[in-house]
Design a protein around this ligand. Sequence first.
Ligand code: IMP
Length: 433
Amino acid sequence: MATRVLIGGQWGDEGKGKIVDVLTERASWIARFQGGNNAGHTVKVGDSKYVLHLIPSGILREGKTCILGNGCVIDPAGFLKELDEVHAGGVNTSGRLWISDRAQLALPYHRALDGARENRDCKDSVKIGTTRRGIGPAYADKMTRIGLRAGDMLEADFEERLRVNIREHNETLVGHHCPTLDPEAVVSEVLAASERMKPLITDTTLLINTAVLKGEEILFEGAQGTMLDIDHGSYPYVTSSNTTSGGAATGTGVPPNRIEDVIGVAKAYTTRVGEGPFPTELDDDTGLKIAKIGDEFGATTGRPRRCGWFDAVVARYAVMVNGINWWAITKLDVLDDFDTIKICTAYELDGEVIEFLPGHINRFAACKPVYEEMPGWKTPTTACRTWEDLPEACRNYIHRLEELTCAPAGLVSVGPKRDETILTPKAPAEFRG
Ligand code: IMP
């Protein structure tokens, strides 16, 4: 199969970076299709550790071409900082990193507005707990059609249009009783960045569709997760883009009927950062134990992640809205030392047991998890390399997740390194070699 989308099946931070890194061995092209530097992928290659926010992790493999598609929002300063870090790690990106001329720019005033909204101390406004990277305000400008796109950097009137935007956003900041930005400082920062970005800006829609027609292997790298999707997630506690598989088409210009496979990534338990309901959240020692063993701190903001048991209602929903064909289950080893492990199979809402996810946030917030409990395996799994190496109780746990979510597990990850990965008998034959 030539075109695959990789999607987070929970609230983001599922460990997609590592799975992308493993799967890109086969792919020639890796495309981001939504989000910006709100994402955070930690990838370990040998003894080196990279934290990537915007640049696809495929960049760490020689010979792969990476694309930031039209659905992304690009913070020029953040992008260049990351590019410098990748270069400092000895990675040559020349000729294999492209930015869509249709991608939106996330500019300093978007960051300022994001922070201003999050800081509002007003009981009537919802605090989302954003990453403060300006993502929401940048997408808002896109929708109101005042946003600047990467392609605008190539045009003679870019500075003029930038100045108009700075003026308008400064007025909004005044409305929020926040300090305004110095227009000259913003203009010089953005223009300097644009000089470095210009050679990378191109019509990626044409590039990637040409690759699709040639039958080249393409991996669409989702950021965040299903429950953070602007339409299908736990609105309003979501990000501002379509994180689900449909976003791969709209966010790159590759038509939906050219996308052949959808892989969901889910942790063996659940985490989320930011505000909003989380039915299986463990506000106790067990939650702390998972956080500690799993090193659950946000790669972008360093915030501690909220932890809980695997929520099969959420994962089943992710299978439905994304068309997930198979799962990559990550961080299985984090559960190595538990006597018993719970799985949320359904919710109790208003005295009824429901097996689906309610659409309204108030109803979702009222859901109580219905659990079943399975025996733990109490054996280290990080050294396991085949499905048969895994303890029986561990395999049973995976089987149960498959049953409850209606999708097979083709890959399980038992540690952060590339080789700490097991392809199960259910992985597509081409991966099992
Ligand atoms: P924003 O994307 O910065 O606007 O933040 C909106 C919500 O999405 C917040 O709850 C963030 O914590 C969450 N979020 C954004 N990016 C990620 C991510 O990469 N992983 C997990 N949560 C994220």
